[in-house]
Design a protein around this ligand. Structure first.
Ligand SMILES: [Mn+2]
Length: 430
């Protein structure tokens, strides 16, 4: 016999997906929450496990609480128990709801940042659930330091639930070390905070981020859903991801070399979009909106025109046979000017020569005096912007002040190419 669980995290109730029509009901994550509840009932699971940030801090009460409560009520009617921990976004609000006698099927584990162990049994099966909840927005200490204070019975399977950051040891959101998670006496860790699903260790214990079941931005590409998890009396685990997000973000690269006029270019781009979308049709269950970022690459003699030719792509409104709509959120131009010999050009004592030399240096990972100057200027500007009052509240956010080397390189290459192309075109015109 096995116990059947649905696990998920980071619903951020109250938040909406960007890049799709504002009025689409699917943009809001409460739509996905009702699908999570429906899935629990349809799959006839024994319990739902939520690993924190179920309610978004900036939108709680108004948008979030009603749907959350009605979901809990539906689950109660279906005899489904909820075990959850609070994250940095909902450290206060989940405790309020769990404290409401109406929802006696809902258990908040580890309130106030103190580890808690509860037993759950059904039929011949019994498991233990260990959880810790955020007591405030920022936690810079590793919550596992106090984990040993709970008494896990080695005779029954145990599952740990924690909202934490495994990737960044300096994170202000409960940084934990993967090895420390791995040597605790549980069969599985269900983690929250990171929206991208990830399996960190595939057994003994099984450690994973189920991820957010609802994709919110282009930074969260790929499949997003809930994880159906079965656990038997020996602690053996089986999992299966069920795609639930109504929005899926993807990016594609379109090589525009030889697309010399507007129609050819548009055909090439829309073909690439359809091909890409059709290739993933069997992974688009529940996806209503497929949202693309398009990266133009290759070499072209009319780089400036490319921007004009692709400007209307963001109005694109495609539809697949299965009903999924697909849209273009953004077009980015990384096309290089068609220049026969960059090396030859770089030898010329001219603005063109200097740009060619800079592009080559960046491509080959070398330094030049000019490149160092503009890199420094880019960094100074970056610091000025990130240090400005507007962004003060973000200063605690991880890596905010770190200069992204890759960004600087990409930006400078893009601008050098653009300038070079413009100089070329001016010459052609004159
Ligand atoms: Mn979080």
């Amino acid at each position: 016999m096995t116990l059947k669980l649905i696990t998920t995290s980071d619903l951020h109730l109250g938040r909406k997906s960007s890049g799709i029509p504002e009025n689409a009901e699917q943009s809001s994550s409460k739509h996905t929450w009702s699908n999570v509840v429906k899935l629990c009932i349809d799959e006839n699971v024994d319990a739902l496990i939520l690993a924190g940030d179920i309610v978004d801090r900036d939108n709680r009460y108004f948008e979030a609480i009603g749907p959350l409560q009605s979901g809990f009520e539906e689950l109660k009617k279906a005899g489904i128990v909820v075990y959850m921990v609070a994250g940095n976004h909902d450290f206060d609000v989940l405790a309020q709801i769990a404290g409401n006698e109406k929802y006696d099927n809902v258990n908040l584990l580890g309130a106030g940042g103190i580890w808690e162990l509860k037993k759950f049994s059904k039929g011949n099966n019994q498991i233990q659930l260990a959880g810790w909840s955020f007591p405030k927005s920022y936690i810079k200490e590793d919550p596992l330091f106090s984990f040993n204070n709970i008494n896990i019975d080695p005779n029954y399977p145990a599952i740990g639930i924690l909202h934490c950051d495994v990737y960044d040891q300096n994170s202000p959101y409960a940084p934990v070390n993967l090895n420390n998670l791995a040597n605790k006496n549980v069969n599985a860790w269900i983690l929250g905070h990171i929206h991208k699903p990830d399996i960190l260790k595939d057994n003994n214990p099984f450690i994973f981020y189920p991820g957010s079941p609802h994709a919110f931005s282009a930074k969260e590409p790929g499949v997003h859903g809930a994880v159906l998890m079965e656990i038997d009396n020996n602690g053996r685990i089986n999992t299966k991801t069920i795609q639930l997000s109504p929005v899926r973000y993807e990016s594609i690269v379109v090589d525009v070399t030889n697309a010399d006029d507007e129609i050819t270019l548009r055909d090439k781009t829309t073909m690439a979009l359809y091909d890409n979308a059709n290739a993933m049709v069997d992974k688009l269950e529940n996806v209503e909106f497929l949202v693309y970022d398009v990266h133009l690459e290759g070499v072209h003699s009319k780089i400036k025109e490319l921007d004009k030719w692709t400007a209307s792509l963001t109005d694109y409104d495609g539809k697949l046979d299965i009903g999924t709509k697909f849209l273009v959120r953004k077009v980015e131009n990384f096309v290089k000017p068609a220049i026969e010999n960059l090396e030859e050009l770089a030898k010329q004592p001219s603005p063109e020569g200097l740009l060619a030399e800079t592009i080559l240096a960046l491509q080959n990972g070398n330094d030049t005096e000019f490149l160092n100057e503009i890199k420094k200027e880019w960094e100074d500007n970056f610091k000025k912007v990130s240090g400005s009052g507007t962004y003060q509240p973000l200063q605690n956010v991880k890596n905010f002040n770190k200069i992204p080397d890759k960004d600087a390189k990409e930006y400078i290459i893009k601008e050098c190419n653009r300038l070079l192309a413009e100089l070329r075109m001016q010459q052609q015109e004159s």
